[in-house]
Design a protein around this ligand. Sequence first.
Ligand code: NDP
Length: 321
Amino acid sequence: MPNYRFLGNSGLKISEITYGNWLTHGSQVENDVATQCVHAALDAGITTFDTADVYANTKAEQVLGDALKGQRRESLEIFTKVYWPTGPGGANDSGLSRKHVMESIDGSLKRLGTDYVDLYQAHRFDQSTPLEETMQAFADIVRQGKALYIGVSEWTADQIRAGHALSKELGFQLISSQPQYSMLWRVIEDEVVPTSRELGLSQIVWSPVAQGVLSGKYLPGQPAPAGSRATDANGSRFIQQFMTEDVLTRVQQLKAVADELGLTQAQLAVAWVLQNDNVAAALIGASRPEQVAENVKASGVVIPAELLAKIDEILGDVVER
Ligand code: NDP
């Protein structure tokens, strides 16, 4: 069973291993496998699920909603997001205008088969809509009970600070930020994390296994294993940033660290992001149920300082900071 952590300075507790369905549900994997992954997550004690309207152009929300049917709603924390266009793409079908936000939440709730989401997240910052307009729309959604809490994703520290100030004026509070974070991608450490700590937000971090790369299954100079994200027609373009000879060679050297802790490399990667106390959850993906069962065991693992230093030494300058 994963441990729980509070999301920001709210009273909401979420499972520190959270399951997300980007690139998998409604796309890479068939619906029955998607359902098996969701049930593997539930069996392992994961109660927090993350999706977005844009994943598989709305299909991912539908598949997740179907897979969660029959579960006790109060025992789940369901998160989704708004920003990118879904459907045919009319002039107002993207961004964070009041029109798009108010219309999107209703579509998401319908597909997820629920009256409310626990967390509604701005998937990106919208430079072309006044922040006041977006925050007022979020305040109204909270007041209507369609979302219980509001978060953001991939916002800079300054954007978080501005959004947080407005949210407080409007009677609610941003409580989370959802950035990319892994041993290979540490961009948030200098600004987003200190600002979030100061303001009472925590991080729900995506791609903690670097999309599978940190599991160690991609060997330098060898073809990617069949059925992996690197071979998926849609997903392969996202993983390319990590598929260099240098990265893959260094990742193989992390096996010695994982072995010392009795972990698999994927478990080491998930445990690593959870060593940061501003991280509320490692947001894992999975294309098969066994991966969920394996990765959830990272909850509660403590990585000693000397092994954290060893990881830094092995990865050296391939880490994005
Ligand atoms: P991960 O880094 O956890 O990668 C998941 C993928 O890695 C799996 O689908 C699987 O792919 C492979 N994998 C995972 N565990 C193992 C294992 N033990 N052994 C071998 N392979 C493994 O996260 P994702 O990149 O999937 O992102 C997770 C979630 O984060 C998303 O579902 C979404 O909710 C969120 N997200 C948010 C974004 C945002 O902008 N806010 C952007 C991207 C993601 P395979 O088997 O196909 O190789």
